[in-house]
Design a protein around this ligand. Structure first.
Ligand SMILES: [Zn+2]
Length: 426
């Protein structure tokens, strides 16, 4: 097909004209070296930086790589821009539940819906289809494992708050092979604290509140290896793995200096690597979702420092996935977001705060050092909520070129369905 890097680069440039995330230097990655067909997609690793808009990626890049370096997540041959609006009757600005439903199931729905349509009817997810096809499946997140983004790939509930129902569906119905993250509180009933104590000093409100009995015991009965710490995770073997590493999120989301913590007991890169070790034992391939939740939750708090720290962890997790994908060329890697959060932009520090009335936290944040430079930058937040701004997507591996362009979030599902299963089954 395309024999020279240059011709491929020209083709890609044509496809993604106008998209700022395109990097000519990276285009060669996707170029087949011989006249062979590109491999079909066997494995998918889908990263969600929750709330991660273009400015978030830019801020993470400046703080990590400086003015001339690229993040791992940006060093991919194809990029797209994704419209994120939901089909909610009251607000077209999406939440994570409706956005993840669109990505996982190809259906626009109301905010709060976990892979049910506007009438409340369950809609099949791409992860469920992968499972049916014999692939292994995994959910990894620094949020509660039952939080909206992972939930919409492997459960169906009218409300995202039904987290114990979601947990039960994971292990009994969808039979997700690898489940790693926080949210132990939804797996144990009130009064049974589990491994992480109720009412800890860093957030006294955290306590077990499960509504479906002891789901950790249930998971063990169903063949899951259950782990609670980094050491236990390292030593775990077996092909079904449940790891719960916090009562709620694996961090504490607060404004800067008010008890904010981002120091997960197991890092997102380590969870990702373990998930790849376990899932790759399946000869038919796997479908893995990896989410960094703190990008969104720290943006809700307008906490630039920990938003950046979380983004750096996401980028390390992406690096691990890219290493895997370079050894296994039938692996598609996507890095995307469900929506933007914070109405973020990047400015010169020290200017007047255009937005500031001094009464809200939304305003100028920083200065933050630019890596390998004496310069600094300021972040300017315009809201503590989500916005309707498009979010960037980057892709590498077989079929990655299909994600070039500007499109609705539902199209991510549709392309994945075509790449994994041929023509749409719907
Ligand atoms: Zn949010």
């Amino acid at each position: 097909m395309f024999r020279s890097k240059r011709r491929t680069a020209l083709l890609i440039a044509g496809l993604s004209a106008g998209l700022t995330l395109y990097h000519a230097s990276q285009a060669a990655w996707a170029a087949p070296t011989k006249q062979s067909k590109p491999p079909e997609v066997k494995n998918v690793i889908l990263f969600v930086g929750d709330g991660m808009g273009t400015a978030h990626r830019n801020a993470i890049r400046l703080a990590t790589k400086g003015l001339s370096g690229e993040l791992e997540m940006d060093s991919m041959p194809y990029s797209g821009l994704v419209h994120t609006n939901s089909a909610d009757a009251k607000s077209f600005i999406t939440d994570s539940a409706a956005a993840a439903t669109a990505i996982a199931s190809g259906v626009k729905t109301y905010n709060g819906a976990i892979s049910v349509d506007r009438q409340g009817k369950p809609v099949e997810t791409i992860l469920e289809q992968a499972k049916k096809a014999g692939k292994a499946t995994g959910l990894v997140t620094t949020a509660q494992v039952t939080d909206a983004t992972p939930a919409a790939f492997a459960a169906h509930t009218a409300s995202r708050s039904a987290q114990s129902d979601i947990a039960k569906q994971y292990i009994e119905q969808t039979k997700v092979d690898v489940i790693l993250g926080g949210g132990e509180d939804y797996w144990y009933p009130n009064g049974n604290p589990g491994y992480y104590p109720d009412h800890p000093a860093e957030d006294p409100e955290e306590a077990s509140k499960g509504t479906q009995g002891n789901l950790v015991e249930r998971a063990k009965q169903l063949g899951y290896t259950y782990v609670r710490t980094a050491d236990e995770l390292k030593q775990a073997s077996g092909r079904k793995l449940l790891g719960l590493f916090a009562n709620e999120e694996m961090f504490q989301q607060r404004p800067e200096g008010e008890g904010d913590v981002y120091n997960p007991v197991v890092s997102l890169p380590d969870m990702t690597k373990k998930a790849l070790d376990v899932l790759s034992q399946n000869k038919k391939g796997f479908f893995l979702v990896v989410e960094e939740e703190a990008i969104d939750e720290m943006s809700h708090e307008n906490n630039g420092s920990l938003m950046i720290k979380a983004g750096q962890q996401l980028d390390e997790a992406v690096a691990a996935a890219k290493q895997y994908a370079k050894r296994h060329r039938d692996t598609l890697v996507l890095v995307l977001a469900d929506h933007e959060c914070g109405g973020l932009t990047i400015e010169t520090p020290g200017g007047t705060d255009e937005s500031g009335d001094g009464k809200t936290i939304s305003g100028e944040d920083g200065p933050f050092p630019i890596a390998r430079s004496t310069q600094t930058f300021a972040l300017d937040w315009t809201t503590t909520g989500h916005t309707a701004a498009d979010v960037p997507l980057t892709a590498m591996g077989p079929g990655a070129e299909r994600f070039a362009g500007v499109y609705e979030n539902t199209r991510i599902h549709d392309i994945l369905e075509e790449l994994l299963f041929g023509k749409s089954k719907r």
